[in-house]
Structures are given as C-alpha cells and as structure tokens.
Design a binder for this molecule. Structure first.
Ligand SMILES: Nc1ncnc2c1ncn2[C@@H]1O[C@H](COP(=O)(O)OP(=O)(O)OP(=O)(O)O)[C@@H](O)[C@H]1O
Length: 599
C-alpha cells in the first residue's frame, strides 16, 4: 500500500500535492463536524424519551437555565432545531468537500493526460516503432480517466471515509467502549477478511481488463487504419470477432469487480440489523435500564447508518484501487521512466544549427531497437553543402536507414553524425533538424486544409501564405489547387487526405518539406506515386533548387537521379559503387541492371 501511495504521489507535481493536502484537511474537518452532528441527536432523543432528564442532567439543565426556557416543549424544539442545523451545516460542508474532491480529480485528468501526451511526444522516434499507437491513444484518453476516477478518487475516498469512520467510532467509544469495540471489530473483520481473501484475484482480473482493453483499442485502430484492405479482402468479420472477444473479456472483468465491490454491503445490512437487535437486548437484559435505551439505540442506528456506508466506501474504494493497479503502474512507468525523452520546445526556442560545409556519417554502426543485427557497419558518407546526391540500391539495402540517421530519427550505436565536422548531440539535434525538409515514402495528411497541411503544425493565423504558394508551385500542385479546388489552399483534404489522389498527396508532402525553405531537402521515393509527366515537371522544379540546397534523393526510378552530382549504390548496408549518372551507366553493370528493371 505504501508503494502505491508513493507511486501516486510521484505522479503529482508540487502544487497538486499541496491541493491534495488541503483536500485531506477538509476531509478531517468534515469528519469532525459529522460526528458532532451525530452526537447532537443524543440530548434530543433523551428529552423526547424522558422529559425529566432536563432537570436531572447537569448539562441539559445548565443550557435550559442559561437560555431562559420556560417549558420543556420549547426546549425540545430548540434541541430539534439544533440537530437540524448541525446536520445542515455538516451536509453543506460535505458538499463543499465533494466539490474540492471532484475538482481535484478532474483537473488531475487534465494535467496527467497533458503530461502523458507530452511524455510520449518527447520520446525518440525509436520508441514509436516498437509501440502500437492505438494503445498510446488509449492510455492518454481512457487510462488517465481511469486513474483519476478509479485510483486517485478512491484514495481520497478511503481517507475521507476512514476519518469519518474513526470519528464515529471515537464517539461510540466515549458512550460505551465495549459495545463500540464489538460493533467496529465485527464490521471491520468482515470487510477486511473479504478484502484480503480476494485481493490477489482483484489484481489478476485488473491486469486482464487492462490487457483486453489494450487489445480492443489496437484492433479498432488497425481496422480503421487499414479499412481499404479490410474491405477488399472482406476481412470485417475477422476484426469484428477479435474486437468482440477482447471487449467481452474486458467487460466481464468489470462485472466481476463491480459485483465483488458491492456484495459485502448486502451482508453487512444483515449484520447491522443483527447489531441493533443485540444492542436492544444488551440494554434490556444486561443493563436493565429502559429509560436509557431509546437515545442509545437512536445514536447507534444513526451511527450505523453513517458507519456502514463509510466502511462499505472504504472497501469498494480499496478494491477499485487494487483492480486498477495496472493502470497506475503503466502511467507511472510512462510518465516517469523516460530517460531518452527530449523536452517539447517551440520552434522559437530552438536555435538553428549553422550548416556551412558538409554533412557526414562517420564510421556508423546501427541496428534497430530490439534487433541485434546491424543494418549498417562502419558506414561512412560525406555530403558537401549544396550538392545533389542520390541513394540507390535494392529494396532493404539500407537507404531509408541512412536517411533516418541523417535526419536524427535514430542515433548510431557507434560512430557519429557530423555537421561541419562537429558531432550533432542530443541537445543540438532539434537545431539540426530545422535545416531539413523531408519527404517520406508515405505522406501523412491531417484532416485539415491544404494550407494547414503544407505548413503542418503552424497555427493557422501564423501561416505564411506566400511560402505556402511558393512551395506549392515547386511541388507542381499550385495550378491544381487554384483551378480545381473550391476553396483553393483552404480546401479540406479529408482524413489522411482521402479526397486526394496518391500523386496529389505526395506533392503536398513535397510542398510541406519546402515550406520552411530548408537548406537540406531529403526525399525518400518522393516522386514514386507521380505519373511520368508530373514526375518530370516536379523533378524539373526541384532541379531549379540544385546548387542552392543540399538535396538527398532515394529513388528506384533511376532517371530521377540524372542530375545528381553523385549517386551512391548501396548493397546490404554498404556503399558498393559511386559516381555520376553517366559514369555509373557506363561503368556499372549493377547500375545498368537496376536502370533496366526500374523502367
Ligand atoms: N524498425 C525496424 N526494425 C528492424 N529492422 C528494420 C526496421 N526497419 C527496417 N529494418 C530492416 O533494415 C533493413 C534496411 O531497411 P531500409 O528501410 O533502410 O531499406 P531500403 O533500402 O530503404 O528499402 P526500400 O527501398 O524497400 O525502402 C531491412 O532489412 C529492414 O528489414
């Protein structure tokens, strides 16, 4: 339990911990007021059952005299009103603490989901290739909500109810220690035994729910992500069945937990009723004092009425907490265990890394995270500023890997990335990346306007429309946008650009890479989805950048690389040949074979 509290505590920041303390202190105050409300019922019931107590009881007599009451009925009305206002005050305080409690829980949902999102965003690219992003969505949205409502709130509830229960117990203890101990220990024993008997199982079903929930999120994400293939292959039933199986498992664990957390309350009602019977018999038979019985029974009935939900609340909150321990563990791990994370900085905060002479990969050895087979071994590459180079090679030769290392998406296991002879370190990587415009093999488009997709990640009111159009013209998309789209650059592209053709999507990707007018342009099969004529037009436009930018192009269609200053031929992670297009066409059989097969 101590470990759990420490984990929860570590998920809160300084001001959140302070608020948590305020909440706990308010709960103690409410516990005190509550018990005063319960205690105030005793004199009232004593006077109802035996009006003579006003003169025989020292305290009641003092109040009666001090406030100058003239009849016992008036005094009774006064006591009744006192009880009423105590209850009113106590319930108003409870409502206020509930507000504090809800406020605390819901704003933790806000702050924790932000922190988790930021923690994921700041992870290196390698983190994402070993993750299923649907599960990350689910963690940010569903599991954080589960944490706040089913881990954090149960904690405050356990505390508030424990305080209430202890104060009620204290009150009963003052009135009749033996009976208080019997009641409290019998109720406590029932709850504690059920809890300890079932706690292991609770953790297991909690883990099963967490896993089943992760699986159903993954399946839903994959079904929609691959909807085209799913439709063509008629695989809807496969995904539907898989989703149903995991959804059923997750919900059946919820049912098991829900039932478990409520069952003892039914049993306890019987125990409580039996308790009242015992009290009546105890006072009638053992103490033989019928005059005292009514107020004490009223007190016990009222205390029981408060104590039972308090104990039941502690029990269900504790079992909820136990059931959701996997959620706490996962959030704790994802928010705190984050050694390679890079802080999220806005562009203005990142100084661009000066680039004047050359980019180098020096003696680089690299294997992908989770794999011990190196894709590149002692790999060297040097690219002079403002030259155009091409990377060619059979599929799987390592071209994209080389580019990903130049982009700083991965760090070499050995060797380094140098810019102007200086190693690019983690602190300067973001500054280096500001030099680069990158067109990947498959272009991601957000469900937004063309302009927002080209400027990508720039707030709409800060987009430089002149830069958007300039990039659109080089990417040969400008005429299409102006002539054929109803709202020009403000036309929405649909989710993942579904309203555009593959070639149009690719040209938007090129325009996006050029929007910032970067010093380095890296294109990985950037023109492969274009028809021959459009490809030629785009290649021509990019050619106008030759000598002004450093251009690195991966292409299977080798004619795209005709104007490159230097082409590197890669095979199994090594450079096996290099030269201009003419040189390689003349001297390399391998290059000629690639040329022929790519036409
Ligand atoms: N995330 C990954 N984890 C493990 N191995 C990977 C990963 N990505 C790529 N590889 C492996 O690295 C090797 C080089 O892949 P890379 O994508 O760099 O080749 P490529 O030359 O760009 O191929 P293509 O022309 O098909 O894009 C391949 O053998 C591939 O299986």
């Amino acid at each position: 339990m101590f470990k759990v509290v420490r984990k929860i505590y570590s998920l809160l920041d300084h001001s959140e911990r302070r608020r948590f303390l305020v909440l706990i202190l308010s709960m103690i105050a409410v516990g005190l007021i509550d018990v005063a409300g319960i205690a105030s019922i005793m004199p009232f019931m004593a006077v109802v059952s035996n009006p003579e107590v006003v003169s025989s009881n020292h305290y009641l007599h003092w109040v009666y005299q001090t406030f100058g009451f003239s009849s016992e009925n008036h005094f009774l009305i006064f006591l009744g009103l006192l009880v009423f206002f105590m209850l009113l005050f106590s319930n108003a305080m409870k409502a206020m603490v509930l507000w504090l409690d809800l406020n605390f829980a819901h704003f933790r949902l806000y702050s924790l989901s932000r922190r988790l999102f930021s923690s994921y965003l700041s992870q290196p690219y390698g983190f994402f290739i070993n993750q299923n992003t649907s599960i990350l969505h689910k963690n940010i949205l569903q599991e954080v909500a589960k944490f706040t409502h089913e881990v954090l709130r149960p904690c405050t509830q356990i505390f508030s109810r424990l305080v209430a229960a202890l104060f009620i117990f204290g009150l009963l203890l003052v009135i009749d220690p033996l009976l208080a101990l019997i009641i409290f220990s019998s109720m406590g024993t029932v709850y504690l035994s059920i809890y300890f008997l079932a706690q292991r199982r609770l953790v297991v079903i909690g883990e099963e729910r967490f896993e089943a929930n992760a699986q159903r999120s993954k399946i839903a994400g994959e079904a929609f992500g691959g909807i085209k293939d799913l439709k063509i292959l008629n695989r809807e039933a496969f995904f539907f069945d898989q989703f149903s199986e995991h959804a059923h498992k997750a919900e059946s664990r919820m049912v098991a937990h829900g039932l478990f957390s409520q069952l003892p309350s039914f049993f306890m009602e019987v125990v409580a009723f039996g308790g009242i019977l015992i009290i009546v018999i105890y006072y009638l038979v053992v103490k033989q004092n019928i005059g005292q019985t009514l107020p004490v029974i009223a007190l016990y009935a009222f205390a029981g009425y408060r104590l039972m939900p308090a104990l039941q609340g502690i029990f269900s909150a504790a079992s909820l907490l136990r059931f959701n321990l996997p959620v706490l563990d996962r959030l704790h791990q994802d928010i705190n265990a984050n050694p390679c994370a890079r802080p999220i900085l806005s562009r203005q905060q990142v100084p661009i890394l000066p680039f004047k002479e050359r980019i180098q990969l020096q003696a680089v050895t690299f294997s992908y995270p989770g794999s011990d087979c190196p894709i590149l071994k002692s790999f060297d590459l040097s690219i002079e500023k403002n030259t155009s180079i091409g990377l060619v090679g059979a599929t799987g030769a390592g071209k994209t890997t080389v580019v990903d290392l130049l982009l700083g998406l991965f760090s070499p296991d050995q060797g380094q990335l140098l810019v102007d002879g200086m190693p690019v370190k983690a602190e300067t990587m973001a500054g280096w990346q500001l030099n680069i415009g990158y067109v990947p093999q498959s272009i991601f488009l957000s469900d937004d306007s063309l302009a927002n997709n080209i400027a990508f990640g720039v707030p709409a009111d800060q987009i430089d429309m002149a830069a958007v159009e300039r990039a659109g013209k080089i990417a040969n998309i400008h005429d299409f946008v102006i002539k054929q789209l109803p709202n020009g650059y403000q036309t929405p592209v649909g989710e993942r650009g579904v309203r555009l053709s593959g070639g149009q999507r690719q040209r938007i990707g090129i325009a996006r890479a050029l929007y910032r007018d970067p010093a380095v342009l890296i294109m990985d099969e950037a023109t492969s989805a274009l028809d021959g004529i459009t490809e030629e037009v785009v290649t021509q436009a990019i050619r106008t950048l030759a000598g002004k930018k450093t251009i690195i192009t991966i292409a299977h269609r080798l004619t795209t690389l005709k104007d490159c200053d230097l082409i590197y031929v890669l095979e199994e992670g090594r450079i096996v040949e290099q030269g201009s297009y003419e040189e390689l066409s003349g001297s390399s059989n391998r290059f000629r074979a690639m040329s022929r097969s790519a036409i």
